[in-house]
Design a protein around this ligand. Structure first.
Ligand code: SAH
Ligand code: SF4
Ligand code: F3S
Length: 469
């Protein structure tokens, strides 16, 4: 994975532990680590809220925990290996504290179900993404000495009424889930099996949540879904419906000072209506994550992506026509079943055409139960996958260099997110509307402010700016 700046919907290499402390005075304490995409991180905030309501406090210290939860990802084999490694690490803790409970949540729980209890003896609770409301009762069962599992998927659950406990610390940007599940059947992908059928959350609770965030001082929300363009809320009582473009508009209208982002768009579904809505509202950010996966139409067909290379290129053109200056990022899978050098070169040619601001590049990892694993042989040798991966990464590095050079001298409105990673005492960092991270001398800027910043220096991964008066 090559991530030059931000966290989008995708697997994080490191899990991230709960970063806020809830109910510090409660007796029972849970510790949670999250892996995978932004939606999983947002789910951990829902889980924290459920546990909070049931009197649990949180801890960031494993040794103090009565309950350890891992919110897991199955997207690639490596993501699951990381979780198994973590579980292994907890063995010692469990020996020292016999009443310690360990729960596996999220996509790996859903994929492996009770097999996980057989494979990983120290796991007490297995709970899938649609069953989090039952976590308190599962904990009770486990406290009674019974291993407990709930991996029921739902067609309705959106956790719309649960106010997530914000685990991020910057207090400026936050995720809001607008839908769950996925109805696409991309042949490589495990998500439809781990997250179930697609369902949209009602727009009223989405707007309410975003409004509350704004009132609490947040200045940016990212609307989350595996395929946000197929968001659709049918209000049967009033015979009306809300599309994704309409939802975007509703959230943008909360306040011009609230930035709106979204992820992920599917090239087959993103409409001109969405693009015109982005263009119309200053506070809907000019940034679109548009996963390509492969530049070869033949491979796209095998992947069941339902668009061609030409369709995808046309979408890029439309985005740039309707929203001049819009930043685009992408996901690529290299070495998918039967991929030839020619197919690979087609991916490279689209990478060069797209000049993406950001790209997440992966070697294909076969996932049990998916269409591809049943139909096609994973026949591209590991060393070929890895060579193709580095060739694509090289093209992306060059794209980033070009994009960052173009930034020199530009003036952006930057939302101040917090102290810069380097020189935290003197510098702040923040993002442009186009999702580029910029470091700059703090001056009088406060976290959550918008500042005008002129770009004065650029390296491959970051931009340096100065605040304009
Ligand atoms: N819903 C999003 C992506 C979700 S998964 C979309 O439709 O694009 C995030 C990314 O992980 C995918 O875009 C894909 O590039 C990658 N991915 C998914 N399954 C994979 C697999 N089996 N092997 C390697 N990468 C995979
Ligand atoms: Fe997976 Fe495709 Fe759904 Fe994305 S759209 S989550 S890649 S099945
Ligand atoms: Fe997300 Fe990983 Fe599940 S990418 S939806 S946590 S398989």
């Amino acid at each position: 994975m090559l991530d030059l700046s931000s966290k989008t919907i995708d697997e994080s290499v490191q899990g991230s532990a709960l970063e806020s402390t809830l109910n510090p005075e409660s007796k029972k304490k849970f510790y949670i680590e999250s892996y995978g995409c932004a939606m999983n991180f947002n789910d951990s905030e829902i889980i924290a809220s459920i546990l909070h309501q049931h009197g649990y406090g949180s801890t960031q210290n494993l040794e103090q925990a009565d309950l350890i939860l891992l919110n897991t990802c199955s997207i690639r084999e490596k993501a699951e290996q990381t979780v198994r490694f973590r579980l292994n690490h907890f063995k010692g803790l469990k020996k020292r504290n016999r009443s310690l409970l360990v729960g596996v949540l999220g996509c790996m729980a859903e994929r492996l179900k009770d097999k996980l209890l057989e494979e990983e003896k120290l796991v007490d609770i297995v709970i899938g993404p649609d069953a989090y409301r039952s976590l308190p009762s599962l904990i009770e069962e486990a406290e009674g000495g019974q291993k407990s599992v709930n991996v029921l998927l739902s067609r309705e659950e959106t956790y719309a009424d649960i106010s997530p406990v914000r685990l991020d610390q910057n207090g400026v940007s936050s995720f809001v889930s607008i839908m769950r599940g996925c109805n696409n059947m991309c042949s490589f992908c495990v998500v439809p099996f781990t997250r179930g059928r697609e369902r949209s959350r009602d727009p009223y609770s989405i707007v309410r949540e975003a409004t509350e965030l704004f009132e609490q001082g947040y200045r940016e929300v990212t609307l989350l879904g595996q395929n946000v363009d197929s968001y659709r809320w049918e209000d049967e009582a009033h015979h009306t419906s809300v599309s994704f473009a309409q939802l975007l508009e509703k959230v943008a209208l909360i306040d011009p000072l609230l930035r709106v982002r979204f992820s992920t768009s599917h090239p087959k579904d993103i409409t001109d209506e969405v693009l015109f809505t982005i263009a119309k509202y200053e506070n809907i950010c000019n940034y679109i994550h548009l996963p390509l996966q492969s530049g070869s139409t033949r491979i796209l067909q095998l992947m069941n992506r339902t668009y061609t290379k030409e369709w995808y290129l046309h979408k890029i053109d439309r985005i740039r026509e309707i929203i001049p200056g819009c930043a685009i990022s992408t996901d690529i899978i290299c070495g998918f079943c039967t991929e030839t050098e020619e197919d690979h070169q087609e991916t490279i040619s689209v990478m060069k055409y797209g000049v993406y601001e950001l790209a997440y590049i992966y070697a294909y990892s076969e996932r049990p139960g998916t269409l591809a694993s049943r139909r096609y042989e994973d026949d591209v040798p590991a060393e070929v996958k890895s060579r193709r991966l580095s060739e694509i990464i090289d093209v992306h590095r060059e794209n980033s260099r070009i994009r960052n050079l173009e930034e020199l001298g530009r003036i952006h409105t930057v939302l101040v997110e917090g102290p810069a990673k380097k020189n935290a005492d003197s510098d702040h960092c923040g993002r442009t509307d186009t999702n580029k991270m910029v470091n700059f001398a703090k001056g009088n800027s406060q976290i959550g402010d918008y500042v005008k910043v002129k770009i004065i220096d650029s390296s491959s991964g970051s931009l340096r700016g100065e605040i304009l008066p």
